[in-house]
Design a protein around this ligand. Structure first.
Ligand code: SAM
Length: 284
């Protein structure tokens, strides 16, 4: 009798998601986390870090386009972009396609994520090939303190707020992001699911409200992330992502993002709006 193999992510104590396995491709313990690459029937090769789904070739375009292009197409001149995390290269790919970007720096703490992404996810890691790109293997929490008034856009493409990424959700880190941005700069961070981690959304919103004059939440649909409904939070020194001219948005050959989705993603369901009324924050 044929036995099916499955790989499972425990999303909460009460929720799991499983993918039927075609082949286990790679597994190692890096200096920072457990890394696995598993080829699955439904989503092809999938990257796992500490047993959490990071990315896969079937739905990665949603996340990488949406975390990159809402801010890039709001800022009138996003020449110099910093990515913290993002070791799979997908955000770099979207940034590099943008005609106004001249320089993209990626600061990823774990070089093994970069190496394995290049090997097993060439479609995603193609961002590393762009001449606009500079890759630094370092802790983003340390790097951000060493750069003041430098970047137009800072994208925090981190893992969940555990382990080395926990500090990327702290007030101190966001204050250092503010200082590293130019006087009209913008930051964007992935801020988890309103169904399964609402407290993270509330925390980031409240923390950024105390640092940036403008804070906006937006959402997108990523089937392999917990609950499928995902959010991103923008902190902006000047520009409002709701006030863009759709006609001015360049076509960068996207599969999810478009000018209508840019604006629609900022329209929030009532239960998500509620999360922005609480004053709760968390300690990271
Ligand atoms: N899209 C994925 C998600 O939403 O979970 C995240 C993509 S990317 C793989 C996340 C990256 O953040 C990982 O490669 C991890 O090594 C990196 N990372 C975690 N903490 C970091 C830190 N303090 N500095 C730089 N990179 C960090």
């Amino acid at each position: 009798m044929k036995t099916d193999l499955w790989v499972t992510e425990k999303q909460t104590d009460d929720v799991k998601i499983s993918f039927r396995v075609k082949e286990f491709l790679h597994e190692e313990k890096t200096d920072f986390q457990h890394l696995a690459v598993v080829d699955t029937y439904a989503y092809g090769p999938m990257l796992f870090l500490d047993n959490c789904v990071m990315t896969n070739i079937k739905d990665e375009f949603v996340y990488h386009e949406m975390i990159s292009l809402v801010a890039l197409n709001t800022h009138p001149n996003p020449q110099n972009v910093l990515v913290i995390g993002g070791g799979d290269g997908g955000v770099l790919r979207e940034i590099s396609k943008h005609p106004k970007v001249e320089k993209a720096t990626l600061v990823e703490i774990d070089g093994q994520v970069i190496e394995n992404s290049k090997k097993y996810f060439p479609e995603i890691a193609e961002g590393f090939k762009s001449p606009k790109v500079k890759v630094i293997v370092d802790d983003g929490i340390k790097y951000i303190k060493e750069n003041k008034n430098t970047f137009d856009i800072i994208i925090i493409d981190s893992t969940d707020p555990i382990g080395p990424a926990a500090g990327l959700f702290s007030a101190e880190f966001y204050k250092n992001v503010y200082a590293a941005l130019k006087e009209d700069g913008m930051m964007v961070a992935q801020t988890e699911s309103p169904f399964l981690e609402p407290e993270i959304i509330t925390h980031v919103n409240n923390t950024l409200q105390g640092i940036f004059p403008l804070v906006k939440l937006y959402h997108a649909y990523i089937p392999t992330y917990p609950s499928g409904m995902w959010t991103f939070t923008i902190g902006s020194k000047k520009y409002n992502p709701e006030q863009v001219d759709p006609a001015g948005i360049p076509d960068t050959n996207t599969r999810y993002y478009n000018p209508e989705i840019h604006l629609a993603s900022l329209v929030l369901p009532n239960f998500v709006k509620q999360l922005l009324t609480s004053k709760e924050t968390m300690n990271f």
